[in-house]
Design a protein around this ligand. Structure first.
Ligand code: UTP
Length: 288
C-alpha cells in the first residue's frame, strides 16, 4: 500500500516573476485557496496519510499555511464564524506533513533525492507542487493501482500540442490497453523534430524507491540540472516503467496564462461565485 507522497516546491519560479521574487509560486491562489493545498487534498483523497514537502529559501509561507494559527482560530471563534474556523482547522489536519530543505536548486531530480531518508524504501506518490489536475476520476489512485498491479514505477501522461513538446519530458511507448502504456524511452525537453511522441509526463508519478539509486548516478542534463526524466531513463534500462493517460486537464500554475485560465475555470465552478462571475464574463465578452 502506498502511504507517502512527496511534493517538490522549492523551485525559483522564474516564469512567475515578479510575484515569485519573495513568495512561493505554490502559494498562488486559485480563487481563495493556494495551489499547494489543492495538491495536498488531491493526495489525501487518493488515500495518502504522510506528505513530505521539499522547500527552499523564501518558501516559509508554505509551512505556515499547513501549521495551526491559534490567533486566527481564536478570532474566528470569538466572532462565531464556525464555517471559516472549521475550514482553517481542517488545513492543518489534512495529513501528517513534513518538510525538508533543498538548499541548492539543482533541479527536480535533485529535489526528489532529498526525499530518500523520509521515504525509506517505500514506493511513493510524487506530485509537483505547482500543478493541478482536474479529472473525473482520481488520477493518483489510478497510478497507485497500476503500481500495485505491476510493482514498477508509473507516470501520468498527457497528449500535448506537438508544437509544444519541447517544453516537457516526453515518452516513447507502446499502448497495452486500458489507457496504459509500456514506456520505451523518456526524453527531457526534446529538441524540435526529436520528440518520439506528443505524450508528455504530466506532473504525477508513483515511483519505486529504487529511483534514488538512479538519481545518485544521474549527471546534470538540460538547464544544467539533475533531471528526474534522465534518472527514469537510466532506470528503464533495468526495469519496466508504465504510463497512464490522464483523463482530464492539467493546469501548470507556474505559467502565467495557465494561472489565469485556471482561476476562470475554478471560479465558474464555485457555488458562491459562479453565477455572478459567469454573468460578468458574458458581459465582458459582449462588450469588450
Ligand atoms: P519547474 O519546472 O516549474 O521549475 O518545477 P521552477 O524552477 O520551479 O520554475 P521556473 O521554470 O523557474 O518558472 C516543477 C516543480 O518542481 C519544483 C518546483 O517548485 C515545482 O513545484 N522544483 C523545481 C524543486 O522543488 N526544486 C528544483 O530545483 C526545481
Amino acid at each position: 500500500m502506498i502511504r507517502k507522497a512527496v511534493i517538490p516546491a522549492a523551485g525559483l519560479g522564474t516564469r512567475f516573476l515578479p510575484f515569485a521574487k519573495a513568495q512561493p509560486k505554490e502559494m498562488l491562489p486559485i480563487v481563495d485557496q493556494p495551489v499547494i493545498q489543492y495538491v495536498v487534498e488531491e493526495a489525501v483523497a487518493a488515500g495518502i496519510t504522510d506528505i513530505l514537502m521539499i522547500i527552499g529559501k523564501g518558501k516559509r509561507a508554505i509551512e505556515e499555511h499547513f501549521d495551526r494559527n491559534f490567533e486566527l482560530e481564536a478570532g474566528l471563534a470569538e466572532k462565531n464564524r464556525e464555517d471559516e474556523l472549521a475550514a482553517i482547522r481542517r488545513i492543518s489536519n489534512l495529513a501528517d506533513i513534513h518538510f525538508v530543505w533543498q538548499k541548492e536548486l539543482n533541479g527536480l531530480g535533485d529535489a526528489v533525492r532529498h526525499a530518500r531518508h523520509h521515504v525509506n524504501n517505500e514506493p511513493f506518490l510524487l506530485l509537483l507542487g505547482d500543478t493541478l489536475i482536474q479529472s473525473p476520476t482520481s488520477l493518483c489512485r489510478r497510478l497507485m493501482e497500476v503500481y500495485e498491479r505491476y510493482g514498477e514505477s508509473v507516470v501520468a501522461l498527457e497528449p500535448v500540442d506537438p508544437a509544444k513538446v519541447g517544453l516537457y519530458g516526453v515518452i516513447a511507448g507502446r499502448p497495452i490497453g486500458d489507457g496504459l502504456h509500456l514506456i520505451e524511452d523518456l526524453i527531457e525537453k526534446p529538441a524540435p523534430g526529436q520528440a518520439p511522441s506528443n505524450l508528455a509526463i504530466a506532473s504525477r508519478y508513483v515511483l519505486s524507491p529504487r529511483i534514488f539509486d538512479y538519481l545518485e548516478r544521474t549527471p546534470r542534463g538540460k538547464a544544467n540540472e539533475i533531471q528526474l526524466t534522465d534518472a527514469m531513463r537510466l532506470m528503464l534500462r533495468d526495469v519496466a516503467i508504465y504510463g497512464v493517460t490522464l483523463e482530464g486537464r492539467r493546469h501548470d500554475i507556474g505559467n502565467k496564462l495557465d494561472f489565469l485560465k485556471t482561476n476562470v475555470l475554478y471560479g465558474l465552478e464555485r457555488e458562491d461565485l459562479g453565477v455572478e462571475f459567469r454573468a460578468f464574463l458574458t458581459d465582458l465578452l459582449a462588450n469588450p
